[in-house]
Design a protein. Structure first.
Length: 224
């Protein structure tokens, strides 16, 4: 009897002291409002799956990543993404890719990818890039990890952390970025804060940035 008591006690102790902890899985959609409707459609990573018998090769193919994508006014860069929205075959595979071209002094401003780590490879040009890690002691501070990158250099941005890329040279910069998500998402910090809908009240922004409401109004005009 004492042996079984010992085994039971050991099992219970191991369970509660195990280093493996349960946790919520990462969200697969930006928002998901609960609905008490048993007839509602079920989504997988935000997409309804096609009947496998109807799949074709073009579902797993995209062309044109060798040319620049859509230009972003005011920042001097253009980007083109290959994700689940233009390659349906990526659904549930957890991967995507993007091409970015920066003009001289072009900037990809501080931004995050809420659902993915980014692995960036420089193909041509010289780029200054980095990411911010919150300070463990004071949330008012952060630590900058940055490098000056040249062709063939690879840099990684951990999931959810703010990062940037800036063209230091006189030639265009071309980069490829890989993501461990079919739809990594992007939140551009300056514009997201300044142009939310509905807008954040000026007093909140003024106090947060330690600026006057007049200065905040000028900032919002720049991104409107």
């Amino acid at each position: 009897m004492s042996v079984w008591w010992f085994i039971t006690t050991l099992a219970i102790t191991a369970f509660f002291s195990s280093p493996a902890y349960a946790y919520d899985s990462n969200p697969l959609q930006d928002i998901c409002v609960a609905v008490n409707d048993t007839q509602a459609s079920v989504f997988v990573n935000g997409k309804i799956c096609k009947d496998p018998n109807l799949a074709k090769a073009d579902d797993f193919f995209v062309s044109g990543l060798n040319v620049s994508g859509s230009a972003v006014p005011g920042f001097g860069f253009a980007s083109k993404f290959v994700n689940v929205n233009n390659m349906p075959g990526l659904n549930s595979l957890g991967i995507s890719i993007a091409r970015a071209v920066l003009e001289p002094q072009g900037l990809v401003p501080l931004h995050t990818h809420p659902r993915a780590t980014e692995l960036m490879t420089v193909l041509e040009g010289t780029v200054y890039s980095g990411f911010l890690v919150p300070d463990a002691v004071s949330f008012f501070k952060s630590r900058l990890f940055s490098k000056i990158l040249n062709p063939g250099d690879v840099f990684v941005f951990p999931i959810g952390l703010m990062h940037f890329q800036y063209n230091l040279g006189r030639k265009k910069v071309t980069m490829l970025a890989s993501y461990n998500s079919q739809n990594p998402g992007i939140v551009t910090i300056p514009s997201s804060i300044s142009t939310s809908n509905p807008p954040i009240i000026s007093d909140v922004l003024a106090k947060g940035f330690q600026l006057s409401t007049t200065e905040i109004a000028e900032l919002q005009k720049k991104f409107s």
